[in-house]
Design a protein around this ligand. Structure first.
Ligand code: AMP
Length: 325
């Protein structure tokens, strides 16, 4: 036991992480793990809502573990685990389903989005917020550091905790969402939110060539060199804000006075992103040579997470009456 505040967050193993995941969530994980008792989950049951290929899911899962380690998470300090190692998550999700209504879940942005696009929505996708509520609540965290797109899900978790507590008595802590405003929504190369599903990402662990090509494909207006450009509305400049540190003031001035063209701006951005991601990429390459260690880190993490979650579930089973104790 420790006096530190607790945190829980996770990443879905559905493809390569991008710089939106890194800035919006993963970088915070590293900054917080010393001051918090931390649980970092690989959300493989969530991935199953869209990914139906076992080899790919397994590979993606190890990939997220490698990503966590490559960005600097320390398995000696934090619990790194797979959602599926703790079956109490899905068990609790059923209980939450039984106290949640359909109209309430129909308010979820992800569901409304899928409906608006006429996508076929699986029950798992519809129920995603309840599984995520269990992921969070079963560990009684104080904070949940995420990007803006997950804010509503944390609110659902808080509502569900309140409802459960009201019906069955005080059981779950209400966690706070933690979003860093400057990186709440990192734009993709087309200016929309960077997202695996929009195909507009800059991969965190891309090779130099891939990175260069993504950066060169960032969409801009058609203003040429010599023309004044508005940094406030430029998607390219927003990315500079996250990567170009000391150069930012000068870049802003040059945008406004027109002395920089988008090509030069992209060259600078490419170098700046590269200088930050190259060391992470190198660490990841080294970690890949010892996948056995990654498996033991997950085994260990899964055991620690389960120890916590199973105690909580004992309490929940008694409270709802499915245990005769
Ligand atoms: P996911 O891979 O969808 O599970 O996302 C992992 C984390 O990255 C979540 O906390 C998201 O909120 C965050 N995230 C995803 N895309 C972005 C983005 N474009 N900007 C900021 N944070 C993001």
């Amino acid at each position: 036991m420790t006096d530190k505040k607790r945190l829980l967050s996770g990443v879905k193993p559905t493809g390569r992480p991008h710089i939106g995941n890194y800035l919006g969530a993963m970088k915070q994980f590293v900054n917080l793990e010393d001051s918090h008792e931390s649980f970092f989950m690989i959300a493989n049951y969530h991935a199953l809502t869209t990914l139906h290929n076992s080899d790919e899911l397994k590979e993606n899962t190890i990939d997220v573990a490698l990503d966590y380690l490559a960005i600097g998470l320390d398995p000696e300090k934090s619990v790194i685990f797979m959602q599926s190692q703790v079956p109490e998550h899905t068990e609790l999700a059923w209980i939450f389903n039984c106290i949640t209504t359909m109209p309430y879940l129909m308010r979820a942005h992800a569901f409304k989005d899928a409906e608006a696009k006429n996508k076929e929505v699986s029950v798992g996708t519809f129920d995603y917020p309840m599984l995520m509520a269990t992921d969070i609540l079963i560990y009684d965290p104080d904070i949940v550091p995420v990007g803006q797109d997950q804010k509503q899900h944390v609110e659902f978790a808080r509502d569900t905790a309140s409802k459960f507590n009201r019906i069955f008595g005080e059981t779950f802590k209400l966690p706070e969402v933690q979003i860093q405003e400057e990186v709440a929504v990192v734009p993709g190369i087309d200016g929309q939110k960077m997202s695996k599903s929009y195909n507009n990402t800059i991969s965190l662990f891309a090779s130099d060539d891939e990175l260069r090509s993504s950066v060169m494909n960032i969409v801009t207006d058609s203003k040429g060199e010599g023309e004044s450009k508005d940094p406030e509305t430029s998607n390219l400049f927003t990315l500079h804000k996250h990567f170009s540190g000391d150069k930012l003031q000068d870049l802003e001035k040059r945008y406004r006075d027109g002395s920089i063209g988008y090509k030069e701006s992209k060259e600078i951005l490419y170098e700046d992103i590269k200088s930050i991601v190259a060391p992470l990429r190198e660490r990841r390459e080294n970690l890949k040579n010892d996948i056995g260690s990654v498996h033991s880190i997950l085994k260990n993490g899964g055991e620690k997470a389960r120890e916590y979650a199973s105690k909580k579930m004992d309490e929940v089973r008694k409270k709802v009456g499915v245990s005769l104790e």
